[in-house]
Design a protein around this ligand. Sequence first.
Ligand SMILES: Nc1ncnc2c1ncn2[C@@H]1O[C@H](COP(=O)(O)OP(=O)(O)OP(=O)(O)O)[C@@H](O)[C@H]1O
Ligand SMILES: [Mg+2]
Length: 238
Amino acid sequence: MSIITADSIVKSYSMHAENDTPVLKGISLSIQRGEFIAFMGPSGAGKSTLLHILGLLDSPDGGTLHYELSGETFTHDALKKHKSAELRNRYIGFIFQFHHLLPEFTALENIMMPALIAGMSMSKARSKALSLAEKVGMMHRCEHRPSELSGGEQQRIAIARALMNDPEIIIADEPTGNLDSANTISVLQLIRSIRQERSLTLLIATHSMDVARMAERIITLRDGVISSEVNTQSGATQ
Ligand SMILES: Nc1ncnc2c1ncn2[C@@H]1O[C@H](COP(=O)(O)OP(=O)(O)OP(=O)(O)O)[C@@H](O)[C@H]1O
Ligand SMILES: [Mg+2]
């Protein structure tokens, strides 16, 4: 069953009023529930733009997006912005290359944030955040501010934060792009174990073949279109 179906997604950025730059030029894909997909391709190919659109952080200029989340079907259109924000917060967790933790809050408060935004009580959010901090091996750093944590530790906190609302989909944009090789491996192992445990749908943009190899499908974007798709399980190429 598809959790996301994208049909002919197009997106341009207008740098000058008369001159739109097309970034996505008609992307169609169907993402199965529980699937792990890696998006690859050169810098500027449109990976982040596509992940932002699939994650309801941004709207396409054309094409359709269809979601099946917790039995609810939802077709994205620009008129339903409010609904998109609600679905995004409820069902989608994000992990970015530069973690985007809030500097003035502690690690634990950062983990709690999505649940507080969704209306969970402070005490419930706190106990859930503590159990996630334990899961990502960060119990001992809960009261630290992000600036007092290493890059790998910050990314672990960002992963815990992404899990706070029990998302069905995790979108990770170069989650290890800023880490050294030891931290890359441990963060990847963490993402992999969480995914297996929770049967999440996982969409990762990456420049690393080591990361992509862990995925079931590798979709390569080039100049705003899908230039190839490889099913890593069967080795089939399209
Ligand atoms: N907010 C924006 N305004 C204008 N142009 C943008 C904006 N965001 C992205 N672009 C342009 O869109 C194109 C695709 O960018 P995108 O960030 O999706 O690429 P990417 O594949 O993620 O690249 P990278 O591997 O470097 O992260 C680039 O040419 C970029 O300059
Ligand atoms: Mg990018």
